[in-house]
Ligand binder design. Structure first.
Ligand SMILES: CC(C)(COP(=O)(O)OP(=O)(O)OC[C@H]1O[C@@H](n2cnc3c(N)ncnc32)[C@H](O)[C@@H]1OP(=O)(O)O)[C@@H](O)C(=O)NCCC(=O)NCCS
Length: 154
């Protein structure tokens, strides 16, 4: 069985391995050890959800008030490279939305302008582009701001 549960300190290494295996995050230059420390801190300050099928195969970092201090913000979401496109990311996204709806009717996230695959994933789940942030987080980069109105209780 595959479940979504809270992050535990022992998950840090497996989650960090997923991040360093994902080209999207390689420009950060962070090592697996640095990611493990970052995610451990995130689980303390925010909410980190882990997708577990016996071992961690994905995670989502949720800042409950990261959307303008008011709405939930999905800071990071990742599924292990060999496990993508089988509906597992959807389980994490739905778990994020269950947390988000407790904060209010909106969910927010950022996606890189070039990350068309992830954009398709979010669009299919009801997110729409509501903004474009140029030169963020670094010069020359562009992030799209996506919003979903969570009108239906999940
Ligand atoms: C985005 C992601 C979490 C979705 O998880 P998933 O288990 O693959 O998702 P699902 O099976 O529920 O949905 C599949 C969709 O995810 C997206 N997807 C698949 N592989 C992807 C990849 N390498 N990068 C980005 N998105 C991807 C596609 O839209 C795919 O739809 P398709 O089958 O029509 O191509 C996962 O693909 C991933 O970890 N991608 C790399 C990291 C990333 O881009 N995160 C989002 C940053 S904002």
């Amino acid at each position: 069985v595959t479940v979504v549960r809270s992050f535990e300190p022992d998950d840090a290494g497996a989650c960090a391995a997923i991040v360093v295996a994902t080209p999207l995050w390689q420009p950060t230059g962070r090592s697996a050890e640095q990611w493990a420390a970052l995610l451990t801190g995130a689980a303390r300050d925010d909410v980190v959800l882990v997708l577990d099928d016996g071992a961690p195969i994905g995670f989502a970092w949720v800042d409950l008030r990261g959307g303008f201090g008011r709405s939930a913000y999905l800071r990071m979401i990742a599924v292990a490279p060999t496990r993508r496109s089988t509906g597992l990311g959807m389980m994490l996204l739905e778990a994020f939305e269950r947390l988000a709806i407790a904060q209010g009717p909106d969910a927010f996230l950022l996606v890189s302008d070039g990350n068309r695959d992830a954009q398709r994933f979010y669009e299919r789940h009801g997110y729409t582009v509501v903004g474009r942030i140029a030169d963020y987080p670094t010069a020359g980069a562009v992030e799209l701001l996506l919003r979903k109105r969570l009108t239906v209780r999940l």
